[in-house]
Design a protein around this ligand. Structure first.
Ligand code: PMT
Length: 399
């Protein structure tokens, strides 16, 4: 698998004969590890039934901009926010013209206009239409505005003509999409990231822990690897798959996380502490399961001792890397983040409000305040994968 693993891809299908190939593209995207949703223009539905895409993607297909029921389920704005990338395949001459003009009179166009995600286009049309000056001008305009053109291919066409205008084969589209998620922002750099919770044993069957799923840290690791970094992920117990090109060291307790982090520090340029490290651990771990019958009264007292502070230890190293912490807060985010910035001697702190259920712990989205000595900057609500790319781009700039 490449950089498409765990990415949310919106496949837009417009009205061309190559639409039949898009059914295979759904499968190929899934093989690459992506989650796929499909949006179709009205013309696309003349070529292939939405049911085909629904069955293949396992998700309802998005067709109508003005259908209140469909918009209530997941409207074009939610869809625009959901996507990590959009691929329109096939993209007809008419669709390219409308996109270039900023039109938004169907759901796919409106979603393309609303999204902040990168958009790739796989044109498919008759060779005469592709060669027209108007199409060339639209394509040039779209390129200059940051759209990625994948293809077209040249060869024999459904209409009997021979020439440029065939849609790229699904595997070639996948290869092109892969590059959308890769960059060389961190080429030659080593990045170490902690993620997930730690577990502090009470006895052989019980532990103290927290709600961290690891999603934020794993998204950061995927983004760092996609940016070309030699990426190390020191992970507490999670149910997540290791992102591509990431070296994962699995740990359980804070003490193990500290040890693994220090062992990965040689040559490290950027350290990000996104793990929810338990601040305290039981002073002593019972050798055998603590039995209720052995306790008198209705209470049990645990004596806890402080865990080492991993990020403060990293920040105190000679030749320390750029050291970036998180702050999990429930109020006064900037005040607490700034206090952590100073007390732990960090270069930046990414603060999130963990009292909210839609962001922070165990959610797919997050909204953070990036605090540095020089100021504080809100990053809007977005999925953790997109947020991780944004954070990695900003931190890469500081390197
Ligand atoms: O894993 P998810 O479900 O995706 O949730 C993401 C998250 C909410 C866990 C993440 O966004 C987050 O906020 N991580 C930091 C959680 C935390 O422990 O925050 P804190 O404010 O208690 O700690 C401040 C910083 O010190 C953090 O960088 C933490 O990793 C570090 N720390 C804390 C204690 C300790 N003993 N050693 C540390 O290195």
């Amino acid at each position: 698998m490449g950089f498409l693993a765990n990415k949310r891809i919106l496949l837009g299908v417009t009205g061309g004969i190559a639409a039949y190939k898009s059914a295979d593209l759904v499968r190929r995207l899934q093989d690459a590890g992506a989650e796929v949703r499909v949006a179709m223009t009205p013309a696309a539905r003349e070529f292939i039934a939405p049911l085909t895409f629904q069955a293949l993607s396992g998700n309802p297909v998005h067709c109508d901009l003005l259908d209140p029921a469909a918009e209530a389920a997941m409207g074009h704005i939610e869809l625009a926010r959901w996507a990590d990338a959009v691929i329109v395949a096939p993209a007809t001459a008419d669709f390219l013209a409308k996109l270039a003009s900023g039109a938004a009179d169907n759901l796919l166009l409106a979603t393309c206009l609303a999204t902040a995600a990168p958009i790739a286009l796989a044109p498919a049309m008759n060779q005469g239409m592709w060669s027209k000056a108007s199409t060339a001008a639209n394509v040039e305009l779209l390129r200059s505005r940051g759209f990625t053109l994948l293809g077209p291919d040249a060869g024999s066409q459904a209409c009997g003509d021979i020439g440029p205008g065939r849609m790229l084969e699904p595997l070639a589209i996948i290869a092109g999409l892969d590059t959308l998620f890769s960059s060389d922002l961190l080429a030659g750099k080593k990045v170490v990231i902690t993620a997930g919770p730690t577990r502090e044993a009470i006895d052989p069957v019980r532990y103290i822990s927290n709600h961290s799923s690891g999603k934020m840290g794993y998204a950061l690791a995927a983004a760092a690897a996609a940016a070309g970094a030699d990426t190390w992920l020191i992970s507490g117990p999670t149910a997540l798959a290791t992102p591509e090109r990431v070296k994962r060291i699995a740990v359980t307790s804070a003490t193990e996380m500290l040890e693994a982090t220090l062992s990965a520090m040689a040559g490290c340029h950027l350290f990000i502490g996104s793990a929810a490290v338990a601040d305290y651990r039981p002073l002593s771990v019972a050798e055998h399961k603590i039995k209720k019958k052995d306790q008198s009264g209705t209470t049990l007292t645990l004596v806890l001792e402080k865990n080492p502070d991993i990020i403060a230890t990293v920040a105190a190293l000679p030749n320390r890397p750029l050291t970036v912490g998180f702050a999990a807060e429930t109020c006064d985010l900037e005040v607490h983040a700034r206090q952590k910035l100073d007390s732990k001697n960090l270069d930046a702190v990414i603060a999130n409000d963990v009292s909210r259920t839609d962001i922070g712990f165990n959610s797919d989205d997050n909204q953070v305040l990036l605090v540095t000595a020089g100021g504080a900057d809100w990053l809007p609500l977005m999925n953790k994968s997109k947020l991780a790319q944004e954070l990695i781009a900003r931190l890469a700039a500081r390197l």
